[in-house]
Write a protein that binds this ligand. Structure first.
Ligand SMILES: [Zn+2]
Length: 334
């Protein structure tokens, strides 16, 4: 029992005027078949040794117990739900409407009712990804006022803009998340910072650099490093495509922040050309890794996309891989 404050007032327990203590204590109870411990607040009368709670304290203690339950069950706490609304500038009623839950639902979650798992999951999705929230807002724009829509839209777009390529990165990483035999990843975990450095290095040293050629050069950089050091550089997985090796999630990867490119039309085909960035620092690459990239540039830097694809088709590891399959870094290690 911990005394928070003492105030002289009419005591609710003995009905006399005296110094009443506000105290906190740790309690344990069972809620929805789960034992939860939480700290609650009471008023304490020393004359009668009675603990009492008025309506406000009753609500606070109830919320504190339910938050303890939420924490134990891995659910968002009431103030975290309030926080999500706050950052998207939207009211309880309007967020409920957007989610299609009936007007009062969010208000109940923020005061006295514990949300179910499905609702919790949805709230987490919009919390973690402003783009998902924007989709929800767009789909429900007729359900809320124009003013709220505008206010919430601008809050969400700001969050999205400030997030850089965080969402793109997590989307790529999730496509790499499945556990794959190290022979396909070159015994390296995906490192997107190294990938961005590799692309910029090639863009400076191997112009003109188009997307088909870059895909092969990334492969050769990883493969050469693997053959000499026993592991790849980037952790990229490469698929055997008709024109040779292409990294998994390639079109997302070349849109990462820090890579400069432009769309160009070559022989009626839309392609992407990578633009050298003179000020790029290659702080994520080791000296050995740069040596491997230099080797690739010396051997393939002057090739065009179709030359390099032809060379690729003569590679043993490419020849043994099924179309679209993952290319192993070595043949006999499996
Ligand atoms: Zn009293």
């Amino acid at each position: 029992m911990n005394v928070l404050e003492r105030i002289k007032k009419q005591c609710g327990a003995c009905l006399q005027e005296h110094e009443v203590q506000t105290i906190s204590l740790e309690e344990t109870t069972t809620f929805k078949h789960v034992e939860v411990s939480f700290s609650s607040v009471y008023e304490y009368c020393e004359n009668t040794d009675i603990l009492s709670e008025d309506e406000a304290l009753l609500r606070t203690n109830d919320l504190s117990m339910k938050n303890a339950y939420r924490t134990k069950m891995g659910l968002l706490k009431a103030d975290e739900i309030t926080g999500i609304r706050g950052k998207y500038s939207i009211s309880q009623k309007e967020l409920s409407e957007l989610l299609g839950w009936g007007q009062a639902t969010i208000g109940r979650y923020e005061s006295h009712q514990v949300q179910d798992k499905a609702h919790d999951k949805l709230l987490r999705i919009i919390d973690e990804d402003p783009q998902k929230y924007l989709e929800l807002l767009e789909a429900g724009r007729n359900l809320i006022s124009k003013r709220t829509y505008d206010k919430s839209f601008s809050a969400a777009t700001k969050l999205f803009a400030n997030s850089g390529d965080q969402y793109l990165r997590s989307s790529i990483e999730s496509e790499y998340a499945a556990i794959v035999d190290g022979i396909y990843s070159g015994y390296r975990e995906l490192n997107l910072n190294k990938v961005v450095d590799m692309i910029n290095y090639y863009a400076i040293k191997a112009q003109p650099l188009y997307s088909v050629k870059l895909a092969k050069m990334l492969w050769y950089g990883d493969k050469y490093h693997f053959d000499n050091q026993g592991h790849a550089i980037s952790g990229l997985l490469y698929h055997a495509m008709p024109k040779g090796a292409v990294p998994r999630s390639y079109w997302k990867i070349i849109n990462l922040e820090g890579i400069k490119s432009e769309e160009v039309v070559i022989c009626d085909n839309l392609s992407v050309r990578f633009i050298p960035k003179k000020d790029h620092s290659f702080k994520n690459l080791t000296e050995d890794e740069i040596t491997s990239l230099n080797h690739v540039i010396e051997n393939y830097g002057v090739y065009n996309s179709s030359n390099i694809s032809e060379v690729m088709h003569c590679e043993d590891v490419y020849k043994i891989t099924q179309p679209n399959g993952l290319i192993p870094f070595a043949i006999n290690s499996k």
